[in-house]
Design a protein around this ligand. Structure first.
Ligand code: NDP
Length: 386
């Protein structure tokens, strides 16, 4: 890459944040780090802020601010705490913002970054799922560039380069199927959080790992793709590909299918977004297809894994419904991880919330946040009543 660019990483202490900073570490001279943020992991945030000479470090959980302040005392690095501070630093205006907070909590900071223009490398799928129309309208209004970091969407983005979406016949999102793809219903009913977060191919945060096990991850990605690539919902489909080597595909009307392949390492799509429209090195091993041997594909099973059906229905309904689906899923995943509900209750509980709460379409960020908060409340009430 040519000139040095300024960078903020929202969610710097997470899995995507760590992969991003690993790439930055290898090309330090190309980046000046402005803001690094975390929720509560103040010590790791302070370590990263020192290493990358960040201008400011922010913890969303204000109670951790004293810890952060003490850890960065004497460094000259600015510190701040709380959700408003997070939004304020996200809106400071940098060349590239990596949006890697997990959940709808990342929505307001991501919107603040969008409002400053620049490149938004988006990993935080829940934000786009909840606020699809509001976010894409803000991107257009403020001239921001939204680059998908999610491996499937980054693959599709690459396969669409130089082509007109009008010629697309299908966009196919690949899904690993998660750790339980071959489990019986009886086994799924007894699945534990430790089993769910042990993904066979990817090393990810806890929430997305559970989403991958339920297939909500693919459902959220279907909605995400609907907003990023306007080919119409009926041209989006999902196929299970256990090896996670083909990250997604685009079929054109002449019968040509373009696919993006690569190792199951998030540094590949992150590098693609960081360097776009150029390319940068990654430390990932070259793809050895002969060693992999075979790539297999099969249809998803929406009886054992109803999440993709629920997400497709939510995308068709549009308006506030995807935000309700996302919020209900976030509450259910947290409850599952806390041992409060079974694995199979996650999708059932999301469906219960969708059946009882149908708010009007949100027109602004604050409307989306209201829907999100009300849907969470409904989800908790239904859970307590069950
Ligand atoms: P992690 O759980 O590993 O990290 C989440 C990051 O967000 C951490 O820095 C965490 O801080 C911060 N955070 C959590 N809650 C809040 C909050 N309420 N307010 C502010 N910051 C918060 O998640 P991942 O890195 O796995 O995922 C991040 C996003 O990227 C998700 O939306 C996920 O779906 C998406 N994604 C992830 C992939 C992956 O391989 N991990 C692949 C594709 C997409 P702290 O450490 O202090 O808790």
């Amino acid at each position: 890459m040519s000139a040095q660019r300024s960078l903020s990483v929202l969610g710097a202490t997470g899995s995507v944040g760590a992969s991003t900073l690993d790439l930055v570490r290898r090309e330090r001279e190309n980046w000046s780090v402005v803001a690094l943020t975390a929720h509560s992991n103040a010590l790791e945030l302070a370590r990263l802020a020192r290493e990358f000479s960040a201008e400011i470090a922010v913890v969303a959980d204000e109670a951790r601010l004293p810890e952060l302040r003490e850890a960065l005392a004497g460094t000259g690095i600015e510190v701040a705490g709380g959700c408003n501070a997070l939004i304020e630093v996200a809106g400071r205006g940098v060349d590239v913002t990596v949006a890697a907070i997990v959940g709808c909590a990342g929505l307001a900071p991501t919107m603040a970054a969008i409002e400053k223009g620049g490149v938004i490398a988006l990993a935080n799928k829940e934000a786009l799922v909840s606020a699809g129309e509001v976010m894409t309208a803000a991107v257009a209004k403020h001239g921001a560039t939204l680059l998908p970091v999610d491996s499937e969407h980054n693959a599709i983005f690459q396969c669409l380069q130089g082509n007109d979406v009008a010629h697309v016949r299908w966009i196919t999102l690949t899904a690993s199927g998660g750790p339980f793809r071959d489990w019986s219903w009886e086994q799924l009913c007894a699945a534990t959080p430790a089993q769910a977060i042990k993904h066979p191919n990817w090393d990810m945060g806890a929430k997305i790992s559970v989403d991958s096990a339920t297939m909500f991850n693919k459902g959220l990605e279907l909605i995400e793709a609907h907003h990023l690539f306007p080919v119409g919902l009926d041209r989006l489909r999902i196929i299970v590909h256990p090896q996670s080597i083909v990250h997604s595909m685009v079929e054109y009307r002449d019968g040509s299918t373009l696919a993006q392949l690569g190792p199951s390492d998030m540094r590949v799509p992150i590098a693609s977004a960081l360097a776009w429209p150029e390319r940068m090195n990654t430390p990932c091993d070259p793809l050895d297809l002969a060693a992999i041997g075979e790539l297999t594909f099969r249809m998803p099973d929406e009886v054992r894994f109803p999440a993709t059906r629920l997400a497709r229905d939510a995308a068709h309904a549009g308006g506030a419904i995807p935000a309700v689906l996302n919020a209900a899923n976030e509450v259910a995943v947290a409850a599952f991880l806390a041992g409060q509900i079974s694995f199979t209750r996650i999708a059932a509980q999301v469906e219960d919330v969708l059946n009882t709460y149908m708010p009007v379409p949100p027109a602004s960020l604050s409307d989306v946040l209201d829907v999100d908060s009300e849907a969470r409340q409904r989800a908790r009430e239904l859970m307590e009543a069950a």
